[in-house]
Design a protein around this ligand. Structure first.
Ligand SMILES: Nc1ncnc2c1ncn2[C@@H]1O[C@H](COP(=O)(O)OP(=O)(O)OP(=O)(O)O)[C@@H](O)[C@H]1O
Ligand code: SF4
Ligand SMILES: [Mg+2]
Length: 321
């Protein structure tokens, strides 16, 4: 019922060489002097109905990737295509791409009722002229995420963390987006609530044919929810493969150390990526960003950024493979 049909057989979303550099220091004349190289040319496709997991350590650029794809941040370079059609991200956020945020406490306006919060994207995008029809849609969305229509007049502080994330999901769904970017949607929740929210997201995906980009630290949860997984390191994708395959047979040195850092492969236990040995390099280096920490690094690795290639069905950026 929800999503528009794909008019061609192109991937639903295509990200090509997307870059985002933030100016972090300006000189006396107000010209940029220093940058944070948060996204250094990432590329991937997402097909309709699938979940692509995006994992990597804190600060590697996951949120920047999500926000640049949906037009919250203006890209420094690169393109985003939806159904094969290039998006003009200079115009600001794209309605067909919605986001679920990490912190349900911070992202809901405390002065708005839940009904107003869920209905806001409908209002901004002028989806309904008729208030009655809009309210009906809000009720429908509340029930879809396991809340009741009577709760529309309540305020966010009256809800638990899990319920607030359900409100965030209803809000993201309100405008029938083609894809939802989920930025660590469960990491701020109690462990006991995390599975409920993930299971709700999976049910909605099946029922509505939703497509997700699922950003997370938690490798076990990403494996559970994703069809394919992309591993990011310092603004670049190191490896992308089918979820099962990636966890069973990681090929890239960084993916290997990331998976070796998981103590127990149990989805009930929340696992953060623990420390990997070695210093993290700076973002504007010319070679492989993982070189300062990689035990397979050669001279070439410090001089030349490896291009993405296809190995055993994995997309990989590494000189040694
Ligand atoms: N608005 C900004 N201005 C300057 N630098 C930024 C900005 N947003 C992010 N960065 C920098 O870009 C890098 C990537 O940040 P980002 O928030 O995308 O990482 P992340 O992978 O989402 O991390 P986490 O797992 O902690 O959420 C970091 O070094 C961060 O300091
Ligand atoms: S390119 Fe070189 S430094 Fe980078 S992961 Fe591969 S072997 Fe290690
Ligand atoms: Mg983040």
């Amino acid at each position: 019922m929800n999503n528009t049909e794909i008019p061609n057989n192109k991937p639903l979303l295509s990200v090509k060489n997307l870059e985002k550099h933030f100016v972090t220091k300006k000189n006396f004349f107000g010209h940029p002097k220093e940058y944070a190289y948060s996204l250094n040319g990432i590329s991937f496709d997402i097909n309709k109905g699938e979940t692509l997991g995006l994992v990597g350590e804190s600060g590697c650029g996951k949120t920047t990737a999500g926000r640049t794809i949906m037009g919250i941040y203006k890209p420094t370079a690169g393109e985003v295509y939806l159904h094969g059609e290039r998006l003009d991200l200079s115009k600001g956020p794209e309605k067909r791409i919605q986001m679920i945020f990490q912190d349900p406490y911070a992202c809901l306006n405390p002065r708005m009722t839940v009904g107003e919060i869920i209905g806001e994207p409908l209002e901004i995008n002028h989806v309904y002229d008729d208030n009655k029809a809009k309210l009906q849609r809000v009720y429908e969305l509340l029930e879809l995420v396991g809340l009741s229509r009577e709760q529309a007049n309540r305020f966010p502080h009256e809800f638990s963390g899990g319920q607030r994330q359900r409100i965030g999901i209803a809000r993201a769904l309100s405008v029938n987006p083609d894809i939802i970017i989920c930025d660590e949607p469960i990491s701020a929740l109690d462990v006991s609530i995390q599975a409920q929210v993930v299971n709700l997201m999976r049910r909605l995906q099946k029922e509505l044919g939703l497509t997700y980009l699922f950003i997370a630290h938690d490798l076990a949860m990403v494996k559970y929810i994703s069809d394919r997984v992309a591993v990011m390191y310092m603004g670049a994708i190191m490896e992308l493969a089918d979820a099962e395959e990636l966890y069973r047979n990681p090929l890239h040195p960084y993916t290997k150390s990331l998976l070796a850092a998981i103590p127990v492969p149990d989805p009930d236990i929340r696992q953060d990526i623990s420390s990997i040995k070695g210093e993290i390099g700076t973002g504007d280096m010319t070679g492989c960003p993982f070189a300062p920490r990689c035990n397979k690094a050669s001279d070439k690795c410090f001089k030349e950024m490896p291009a993405i290639k296809n190995v055993e069905g994995h997309q990989i950026a590494c000189h040694s493979i």
